[in-house]
Design a protein around this ligand. Structure first.
Ligand SMILES: [Zn+2]
Length: 338
């Protein structure tokens, strides 16, 4: 009587049907798929998606996705699971398998309901050791209905220390057909022991100067870039603006943080604002500021910006966040610089 299959057969209640019923409505699934398809084909991320696909033939055990927005990182992670497991890939060329986003496997990944998908979501709070243990308990078994079992730790900076250590053990114990994806704003936010086991893929940062897709207005962003550049060079011009009534709302504070993150990303990709006269372009001035920081301070700057971003998202007063972030950055300036 404890045999599930026999019981289900006797009651004519195949468990698969119950599972299919729990998928969101067809219209919702189609819009999820359309969103992912346009992200995968976008100018900003197309190359990273195609690169990801090219890894599918021989997937690394652990991928760390940094950069982009939290939602984009989660979408990338799910897409990776589909690229590995899709039953009807659209192409299978040099570019790797392109998942169809329509077969039962893809649909269940999209809805985060696939039985071989573990999606631990750190966006709302900590990922606890109990959650990690629950995943770990199954890692010695083969995948149930697909080629690869996919364990996603979304916003893995939310792992408690105990959970991160349990996860490290899981990485070593898991069967070869298990792949892990960690997502985080920046690799510096994770335990170095986790990062050193990961294959890191950096997504393009949201670009507030050209894209309205994140809700940022390019004009606002440009204004904040000028304010930030001036403040980091002279220590003035910021508090007048943030202290004014209604001087900075959440969108403004996010724009301020994003222009700094973007300038920092430019420095990482070798664009240091050289050859552009100081004062001619706020973006180049910002890049020059970050290029002047030694590597250990750049890491701190990255963490400060990420923390600021999270605080704004968590509804902390935007003016306080803007002042805190910019003051911290200002204090990172190398000594002897006027
Ligand atoms: Zn598919």
């Amino acid at each position: 009587m404890t045999d599930d299959t026999a019981t289900a057969g006797a009651k004519k209640r195949p468990p698969r049907e119950a599972e299919a019923d729990s998928l969101p409505a067809a219209g919702d699934m189609a819009s999820l798929a359309a969103g992912l398809r346009s992200l995968a084909g976008s100018g900003r991320h197309g190359r990273a998606f195609s690169f990801l696909r090219s890894l599918a033939a021989s997937p690394p055990r652990v991928i760390l996705l940094e950069g982009g927005s939290a939602k984009e990182r989660a979408d990338f992670a799910l897409y990776w699971g589909m690229a590995l497991n899709c039953e009807a890939p659209l192409s299978d060329g040099e570019d790797g398998a392109e998942p169809c986003l329509a077969c039962p496997v893809c649909l269940k990944f999209l809805a985060r309901l696939h039985r071989d998908l573990f999606f631990l979501d750190g966006t709302a709070g900590s990922i606890t050791i109990d959650e990690v243990r629950a995943v770990r308990a199954t890692l010695g078994e083969a995948a149930r209905e697909s080629k690869y079992r996919v364990v996603i730790l979304s916003e893995a900076q939310s792992l408690t220390e105990a959970a991160a250590n349990a996860m490290l053990k899981s990485l070593e114990e898991a069967l070869p057909a298990t792949v892990f994806v960690l997502t985080a704003p920046q690799r510096e936010r994770l335990l170095p022991t986790l990062v050193s086991r990961s294959w890191v893929l950096t997504l393009a940062w949201p670009d507030p100067l050209v894209a309205k897709e994140d809700g940022a207005d390019p004009e606002t962003a440009r204004g904040w870039a000028a304010t930030a550049a001036k403040f980091l060079a002279t220590g003035s011009g910021l508090f007048d603006r943030t202290g004014a009534r209604g001087g900075v709302d959440a969108a403004g504070a996010l724009a301020l943080i994003l222009v700094c993150q973007r300038a920092m990303a430019q420095v990482f990709s070798g664009m240091t604002g050289e050859g552009i006269a100081p004062g001619a372009s706020p973006e180049a001035d910002l890049a020059r500021f970050f290029a002047s920081l030694p590597e250990n301070r750049l890491a701190i700057a990255g963490a400060v910006l990420a923390e600021g971003q999270e605080s704004v998202t968590a509804q902390v007063n935007p003016a306080l966040v803007a002042d805190w972030v910019m003051t911290r950055l200002y204090l990172l300036r190398p000594k002897g610089r006027s």
